[in-house]
Design a protein. Structure first.
Length: 256
């Protein structure tokens, strides 16, 4: 659930996509504001709208609505397609949801709503949510429970002795002591590339020496996120994917 790209993927993710996201978010901010004297959207903040009571829960699909019905300037949204065509050809899709309603949806590169996308590190947020659910259900005792307890069966006998004391909190906050593996953040992508080539990712990661004392230094770690996935699988007695489907994706009929 947590496969990471190599050098080229890292540059793509944190280069072109970041610029595209910043530009498109700017357009959406403009969409929520008023218009200037020429009739175009401005970036001045509008008065925050009162909280809107949710009248449905989008378990079976998003309801659609006109942008102007939810305080969005359609002219600003129309700028997105022009900006993508001119400057951000790598963008695959843009959706705008407000107050629970889908106001804008557009796809490029021959794609549509039925196509999947590699979301890569977005899965770290999913893993974090699953860890929280496991804690709430008592499957994980708390944030201070350790790798030595939760991954005992996979922890090699000759592992770095510090590894057993690494906590769930340190894995979540990327302060476990694992070396950074994200090139754009000063890490070495070869670290994660070696994991991807290993037949047993968990044992490979747990066999490595920690670069720092746990809890003393932050370093972006894809491998740390994969250990969290392994922990979720261990404590739930099923694959992380199955646990996610049961806890996050199952259709719910309560309008929470």
């Amino acid at each position: 659930m947590n496969k990471s790209p190599g050098r080229a993927g890292a540059r793509w993710r944190h280069g072109g996509r970041r610029l595209a996201i910043v530009a498109l978010v700017s357009l959406l901010v403009a969409a929520c504001s008023g218009s200037n004297s020429d009739g175009g959207p401005t970036l001045e903040a509008s008065t925050p709208a009162a909280a809107v009571a949710r009248d449905y829960w989008p378990t079976a699909g998003w309801r659609t609505a006109a942008p102007q019905d939810h305080g969005i300037d359609p002219a600003a949204l129309a700028m997105i397609e022009d900006q993508v065509a001119k400057a951000y050809p790598q963008v695959r899709s843009v959706l705008n949801v407000r107050h629970g309603y889908l106001l804008y949806e557009h796809y490029w590169q021959g794609l549509d709503q039925t196509d999947g996308h590699e979301v890569r590190s977005v899965t770290k947020s999913v893993i974090g949510a699953l860890v929280g659910i496991a804690i709430a259900e008592g499957k994980i005792k708390g944030l201070d429970q350790t790798v030595g307890e939760l991954l005992a069966a996979q922890l090699p006998k000759d592992a770095d002795p510090r590894f057993a004391g690494v906590t769930v909190k340190q894995l979540l906050t990327m302060t476990s002591g694992l070396a950074g593996d994200e090139e754009s953040l000063g890490g070495d992508p070869r670290v994660n590339e070696a994991t991807l080539k290993s037949p047993d990712w968990v044992r490979h990661i747990l066999s490595r020496r920690l670069a720092w004392e746990p809890g003393t230094q932050w370093a972006y770690s894809n491998d740390g996120a994969h250990l969290l996935s392994a922990i979720v699988a261990n404590v739930s007695g099923q694959s992380t994917l199955a646990f996610a489907r049961a806890k996050l994706c199952a259709e719910r009929h309560d309008a929470r």
